[in-house]
Design a protein around this ligand. Sequence first.
Ligand SMILES: Nc1ncnc2c1ncn2[C@@H]1O[C@H](COP(=O)(O)OP(=O)(O)O)[C@@H](O)[C@H]1O
Ligand SMILES: [Mg+2]
Length: 137
Amino acid sequence: MHYTFEIERGNFTDAGQASSSVKRTLKQLGVAPANIKRTVVALFEAEINAIAHAYGGTIDVDIDDQKIVMVVADQGPGIPNLDLAMQEGWSTASAEVREMGYGAGMGLPNIKKNTDDLKIESTVGVGTTVTMTVFFA
Ligand SMILES: Nc1ncnc2c1ncn2[C@@H]1O[C@H](COP(=O)(O)OP(=O)(O)O)[C@@H](O)[C@H]1O
Ligand SMILES: [Mg+2]
C-alpha cells in the first residue's frame, strides 16, 4: 500500500495529519501497538521538522506485511552538520517554534531510537529527505 501526504509550509495546525492517518491504518491492519507507537513518534517528529526547519514538502509511505517505509522530503535550508543535528538537545529552532513547544532538540535522536533504519540526505540550500523504516516483526 502506498500513501502520500503534503506538508504545507508553516502549517503547524495540520502537523501530525500524516502520523494520525498512518496510525489508523496500522491499527486496522493489526500491527502490534509497540510498532505503531514507534512509527507514529518517528513520523510525527519528521513532519514537525519539515514545518519548523523547512518550507514543507511531501511524505511517501509504503506499507507491506513486514514493514513501513516513510520518506519525508522537504524543500528548505538543508542540514549543514548532520552529526551535530543528531545530538540530543541540539536545536536551531526559532523562538516562535520554541513557544509552540517544539525545539527541544530531541526529534532526530528520537527518530533514530524509534526506527530500525534511518537515512538522512540533505543538501544545503535545497532540502532534506529523511527515510525511515520500521519492521513489524
Ligand atoms: N528538515 C530539516 N531541515 C533543516 N534542518 C533540520 C531539519 N530537521 C532537523 N534540522 C536541524 O536539526 C536540528 C535538530 O533537529 P531535532 O532533533 O528534530 O530538534 P528540534 O526540531 O527540536 O530542533 C534542528 O534544530 C535543525 O537545525
Ligand atoms: Mg525536531
